[in-house]
Design a protein around this ligand. Structure first.
Ligand SMILES: Nc1nc2c(c(=O)[nH]1)N[C@H]1C(S)=C(S)[C@@H](COP(=O)(O)O)O[C@H]1N2
Ligand SMILES: [Mo]
Length: 224
């Protein structure tokens, strides 16, 4: 158990062996079928298998983000930098969305019902500089991931806090995580603590370890 200056407890340890194995897979191009699919016609992206449960994947550390300790900073190259408590996030306009999830380790899960704040609502709040092209997500376990601004600014992208009518559990990144359903799930940061708008791209945890920068499951962009 570790506890640091943000007062958030973390249990577990970074699973170095697992991270190395996934890095090897990326180097070898494991799981690649070499095909693409058309999201207008096919629901399951190439090489994916449908699951009914919801697997848990992370680096091995699960932060215990108590609701009263939750803070979300949205900053970088923006007109209004903001910091919000959980109550302040919940006071923003809430929307429901249903989406599929696709993980690079080959599982897909259909029809997940979420509740949260649309990416557009966040963008309107902070007003990114016109030069901003990318968004970096920082999480409480030290995880980071990056997407292009145009991938973030989509109607199905949300900061979510409910799944199937219940608060998102700690193991799935609660109280609040990102949801970017049209990209492989590693782009959806659990335990998000900071959303940073940037002019120049900066690859995240998996992106520097051989995963694709763009991560479109329909184009099977698993590895770079
Ligand atoms: N903070 C954080 N977010 C993360 C990860 C992580 O290790 N830490 N793993 C990513 C990966 S690789 C996947 S597949 C999904 C898994 O989300 P789940 O555990 O809710 O299925 O979270 C993504 N977001
Ligand atoms: Mo993943």
């Amino acid at each position: 158990m570790t506890d640091n200056e943000d007062g958030i407890e973390r249990t577990g340890a970074v699973r170095e062996k697992l991270i190395e194995k996934k890095q090897d897979w990326a180097r070898e191009g494991r799981l690649l079928t070499g095909t693409t699919a058309d999201p207008a016609r096919d629901r399951l992206p190439p090489g994916q298998k449908l699951v009914l449960d919801w697997p848990v994947l992370d680096l091995g550390i699960q932060p215990d983000v108590r609701p009263e300790k939750f803070r979300l900073d949205i900053d970088g190259a923006v007109e209004n930098r903001i910091g919000m408590t959980l109550d302040e996030v919940l006071a923003l306009e809430q929307q429901e969305t249903i989406s599929d999830m696709h993980c690079v380790t080959q599982w897909s899960r259909y029809d997940n019902r979420w509740k949260g704040v649309a990416a557009r609502t966040l963008i309107d709040l902070v007003k990114p500089d016109p030069l901003v092209r990318h968004v970096i997500f920082h999480a409480h376990d030290g995880y980071t991931t990056n997407v292009r601004l145009d991938q973030f600014d989509q109607p199905d992208v949300f900061l979510v806090h409910e799944w199937e009518g219940k608060p998102i559990s700690r193991q799935h990144g609660g109280p609040v995580r990102m949801l970017i359903p049209r990209l492989y799930l590693w782009k959806s940061a659990k335990w998000v603590r900071r959303i940073e708008f940037v002019i120049r791209d900066r690859p995240g945890f998996w992106e520097v370890r051989g995963y694709h920068n763009n991560a479109d499951p329909w184009l099977e962009e698993r590895y770079s």
